[in-house]
Design a protein around this ligand. Structure first.
Ligand SMILES: NC(=O)c1ccc[n+]([C@@H]2O[C@H](COP(=O)([O-])OP(=O)(O)OC[C@H]3O[C@@H](n4cnc5c(N)ncnc54)[C@H](O)[C@@H]3O)[C@@H](O)[C@H]2O)c1
Length: 366
């Protein structure tokens, strides 16, 4: 694996791991696992959409390196992040006489990664885990930082752990099979990384928006690497979300999550909610004198170039309010807002007047 493919190294209390991104690198997965000392056989967990071509490519690469690989294929979608499916995977692993030292490899989006990681963290009290993210959300966000989970009927991600992978290997070429809407919503999270922590990354988005929407290899790989490096840097500094750094990644998420949950997760894709949420946070920052109107306009323009929504229509402001009061960033009854002070510079504020939140929601929602 070329050193140039290394996007970042995550440091955590138990060691460190490489975050690699390159065009076509899935074909080198086997070599990487040999380097890591992962034993044969390995257990690939993937979903029905991703098995072909990516699960299969991963399996063939392992075989070329002398590692046999079994595949467990889950139905795609959020309902698969369940205890029931985890239980099926445990039983499958037991049936195959899986041992400690043999790795679980997640090949897929965030659902596969979170579920496979949850199984890896608990089976035999923990087996080696490797992330091969194939969706944008999984590449720039979910695969890095060790949060693994399953959902309960009451809420998402209620049961989980911090369990770090041994490596993250992203084949950027996989983005070319995402639908246009999935691609746009994925770029929203990466644009967010630029807005909160990397002004140069935002410049790259502005210079290359069309090429990125067309997933041109060179620029897409560079931008994914930089975006992964931001997430890797944040989680290295604040592994367990206790130091107030990891929360910066939640820019746009207070209103974004409320939009998603108040519409039962059926209306907005995650990145679309975040896009609208970032516009809300920017408007409030402008009203509080933290940023000029030009920055609000600049943010809107870049989101629109990636076909992302900057307003919402046909949703209930009352339901959004209620969902916001349940937000996990609420502390002592006040929402903690991630806001910009400049491009690449985000802070957490707890002093946003409720009237300003109300006025902002009224503006954002037709
Ligand atoms: N652990 C974390 O830190 C973290 C962070 C963010 C999100 N998440 C979790 O991640 C999940 C969302 O991730 P997601 O958006 O990847 O969802 P997902 O895993 O459901 O993937 C979205 C869809 O894209 C398909 N897909 C994946 N890669 C593809 C490709 N290359 N080409 C074509 N189709 C492809 C999948 O089959 C699925 O249908 C949620 O469960 C969320 O809670 C976790």
């Amino acid at each position: 694996m070329a050193d140039a493919d290394l996007a970042a190294t995550v440091h955590h209390s138990g060691g460190s791991y490489p975050v690699v991104a390159g065009w076509g690198v899935i074909d080198q997965l086997g070599e990487k696992l040999v380097e890591l000392g992962v034993k044969s056989p390995a257990y690939i967990i993937t979903d029905e959409n991703v098995m072909r071509p990516y699960g299969r490519a991963a399996q063939l690469s392992l075989q070329r390196s002398g590692i046999a690989a079994h595949c467990f294929i889950i139905p795609p979608g959020e309902p698969s992040k369940s205890f029931q499916l985890a239980q099926h995977i445990y039983e499958w692993l037991v049936g195959l006489k899986a041992e400690r030292g043999q790795g679980i490899i997640a090949v897929g989006g965030g659902v596969v990664g979170d579920l496979a990681g949850f199984v890896a963290s608990t089976f035999l009290r923990g087996v080696p885990f490797i992330q091969v993210p194939t969706s944008m959300a999984a590449m720039v966000d979910a695969s890095i930082g060790g949060k693994v989970a399953v959902n309960l009927p009451q809420a998402k991600n209620l049961v989980g752990a911090f369990y770090q992978p041994q490596a993250v290997l992203a084949d950027v070429k996989a983005l070319s099979t995402l639908g246009k809407r999935e691609l746009s919503e994925g770029w929203a999270e990466a644009i967010k990384h630029g807005l909160i922590l990397d002004a140069d990354l935002l410049d790259l988005f502005e210079e290359h928006a069309e090429a990125l929407m067309a997933v041109e290899p060179e620029i897409s790989t560079e931008v994914i690497r930089r975006s992964m490096a931001i997430k890797a840097g944040v989680v290295s500094q604040d592994e367990r979300e206790t130091l107030g750094i990891r929360i910066l990644l939640n820019y746009g998420h207070t209103i974004g999550h409320a939009l998603e949950s108040s519409t039962d997760y059926g209306r907005f894709m995650h990145g679309e909610g975040v896009s609208i949420g970032m516009m809300g946070a920017a408007r409030m920052a402008q009203q509080m004198g933290m940023i000029p109107q030009e920055l609000v306009d600049r943010q809107r323009a870049i989101l629109q170039r990636f076909n992302l929504p900057t307003k919402a229509s046909g949703v209930s402001v009352e339901q959004i309010r209620q969902a916001m009061s349940l937000d996990k960033k609420v502390q002592s009854g006040t929402n903690r807002w991630v806001m910009l002070e400049d491009v690449g510079q985000a802070v957490v504020r707890q002093d946003v007047p409720w009237e300003l939140v109300e006025a902002t929601l009224a503006e954002l929602i037709d």
